[in-house]
Design a protein around this ligand. Structure first.
Ligand code: GRF
Length: 195
């Protein structure tokens, strides 16, 4: 059975890189037969693509702007993913809302990381909203993806303090360091649980 991971990114790809590094450092391939098979992006300029290529990982860009509808893009994306026979599809800063048909197709093997302590602060601008709400703590959540945005069974979380005078940028950077800890861990745990 396949233990391939396909990772979807739109930008910097630091979570993707954290997963790739963890896989290498912990020898996921040798110990568990797990490998990152491909990194796909909806943006040609996603900085993370260069890292993935350097690691010898297959990459592909599907520019959502060149498709006539969200459904058409998601159908093409699904085909590109399936070509890599994935056991798990990992959203890592993939900034597209997915159609219910896409989510249904990968149900149970589609993970996301969100930069808040879900169920608080779904959607965008999470760090500023946490600061504005006077939160003392913020964090990140790995969850299974369902048709509802940023909602689904929670697999892992990490907490960071919100410090006096924090900017959204400072808080985002603090949260991101924890994303890089919990996402590789949650990906491995999910694959080992479902093998
Ligand atoms: C992360 O904060 C992630 O939680 C959010 O977008 C950011 C992506 O960062 N969805 P990167 O592309 O993994 O560096």
């Amino acid at each position: 059975m396949s233990k391939n991971i396909v990772i979807l990114i739109s930008g910097g790809g630091s979570n993707m890189a954290a997963i790739v590094r963890a896989a290498r450092q912990q020898d996921w391939a040798g110990r568990h037969g797990i490998r990152v098979a491909a990194v796909l992006s909806n943006r040609q300029d996603a900085a993370g693509l260069a890292f993935a290529r350097e690691q010898g990982i297959a990459t592909e860009v599907l520019d959502h702007k060149t498709y006539p509808s969200r459904e058409a893009f998601d159908a093409a994306l699904a085909q590109a993913i399936i070509a890599h026979d994935p056991a798990l599809v990992v959203l890592a800063g993939f900034m597209r809302i997915l159609t219910p048909a896409f989510v249904e197709r990968f149900a149970g093997r589609l993970l996301n990381i969100h930069p808040s302590l879900l169920p608080a602060f779904t959607g965008l601008d999470t760090h500023q909203r946490a600061i504005d709400a006077g939160c003392r703590f913020a964090g990140c959540t790995v969850h299974e993806v369902t048709a509802e945005l940023d909602v689904g069974p929670i697999l892992d979380q990490a907490v960071v303090p919100v410090l006096p005078g924090d900017t959204a940028q400072a808080l985002a950077a603090r949260v991101l360091t924890q994303e890089h800890v919990i996402y590789p861990r949650a990906v491995l745990a999910h694959l080992l649980r479902n093998q």
